[in-house]
Design a protein around this ligand. Structure first.
Ligand code: SF4
Ligand code: SF4
Length: 388
């Protein structure tokens, strides 16, 4: 039996967004809103595109700008029209536009929501925009009242990293899962690197969060650390940054154009086709954008071949890699330094714990302890991840 290969289609109903976050690189004023006809064509395209499980993520810009009526029609179309692909859904939104009416539609399909919050109100509003926190919290209350699950992504910038302890404590004290994202250099504005998190600092931040996570194990979940541990222990990546995303991730822009990922939406040189033409994989593979993405894969195979983490890191995110050189492939993801730092740290600690034995194992419970550390170690964390 050929193995099924799950794939991911990001639907970008618009690149417009009512917020003006300082470091945002993915919104565009005056962007059109996707018509329901584009969803209809997306269904027709995917009916024969491939026979694998699909996950749809509504992303933006701000996807809720499309309104309740759009989702009331789009969700059943995708669910019923593509029932054979067993579709799953997710939505990434700042929640400002979430109304009880919209929440009801999303709840009918049990859509998990990802939102953004950079920590305590003052810090969040300084780097996102004045009043952002309040508006997101209003939407969060509506989501909770309708039984929707919401997880927040925290963007760490060159500024907020100075307040990493306050941010960690904010997520811990509010019972929120912490998923972090480093601010990328912006493609807009006069000073594109102003908010970007330096890769060395990002690496230090990850190790800091690993320590804080172990100190507070059972009281918080730090999603990225779980992902890094899974990479090291299973030898394969589980998030798009750490797999070859190019064959299994696609994005549909407001006008039906198909891109390799939401990060490229709105850039004509990355259009691989249009849903209206119902292209096959072979058709998409003829496009320059597809070929360019695959050149990155080949580049990683040669550039990272001596790296012990290549199997699961795969050179990181191709978009991140191409931004510094205006689209040319001249390097891997600049966060390579940070990835190596955290992958090495997890591997070294694991090896030390193995050599030091596992105190607690004799009790039938793995309470591994790092040498020179009285708290839980990597093995304890792994046990927790596996048991989930
Ligand atoms: S380009 Fe980057 S963000 Fe997009 S799917 Fe690939 S790894 Fe993920
Ligand atoms: S850690 Fe760096 S060198 Fe190693 S595979 Fe990842 S990007 Fe390549």
């Amino acid at each position: 039996m050929p193995q099924k290969k799950p794939f991911h289609v990001m639907i970008i109903p618009t690149l417009g967004c009512p917020s003006k976050c300082s470091y945002c690189w993915s919104s565009e004023e005056g962007s059109p809103i996707m018509s329901i006809d584009t969803i209809k064509e997306t269904v027709e395209w995917l009916k024969v595109f491939r026979d694998d499980p699909v996950t749809f993520t509504f992303h933006g810009g701000e996807p809720l700008l499309a309104g309740a009526d759009f989702y009331r029609k789009a969700l059943p179309m995708l669910t019923e029209g593509l029932a054979h692909l067993k579709p799953n859904f997710a939505l990434q939104t700042n929640l400002w536009k979430l109304t009880p009416e919209l929440a009801e539609v999303l709840a009918e399909h049990s859509i998990p929501i990802g939102s953004s919050l950079d920590g305590p109100q003052e810090l969040n509003d300084l780097q996102r925009s004045e009043g952002y926190y309040e508006r997101t919290m209003q939407g969060y209350e509506i989501a909770k009242a309708h039984g929707l699950s919401v997880q927040f992504i925290c963007t760490f910038t060159s500024h907020s990293v100075k307040f990493k302890e306050d941010i960690f404590n904010y997520f811990l004290e509010n019972g929120l899962t912490l998923k972090l994202h480093p601010a990328l250099p912006s493609l807009r504005g006069d000073n594109p690197k102003k908010w970007a998190l330096d890769p060395e600092e990002y690496g230090e931040l990850l190790v800091y969060l690993l320590d804080k996570y172990l100190e507070n194990i059972g009281r918080i979940e730090v999603r990225n650390i779980d992902d890094y541990c899974r990479c090291v222990f299973t030898g394969r990546g589980t998030v798009c940054t750490f797999v070859d995303c190019m064959d299994n991730t696609f994005a549909v822009g407001p006008d039906g154009s198909i891109y390799p990922c939401y990060r490229f939406v709105g850039m004509p040189e990355y259009v691989m086709g249009n849903v209206r033409d119902h292209p096959s994989m072979e058709d998409l593979a003829q496009s320059d954008a597809w070929k360019h993405m695959h050149q990155f894969k080949d580049y990683v195979n040669s550039e990272c071949k001596k790296c012990k983490h290549i199997r699961y890191c795969r050179g990181g995110c191709p978009y991140n890699a191409m931004v510094p050189s205006s689209g040319e492939i001249k390097g891997v993801d600049p966060h390579c330094v940070a990835y190596k730092r955290i992958f090495d740290e997890i591997t070294d600690r694991f090896n030390k714990e193995i050599l030091g034995g596992f105190p607690g194992m004799e009790m039938g419970v793995c309470q591994s302890r790092a040498p020179r550390n009285t708290g839980p170690g990597i093995m304890t964390l792994m046990q927790k991840i596996i048991s989930k």
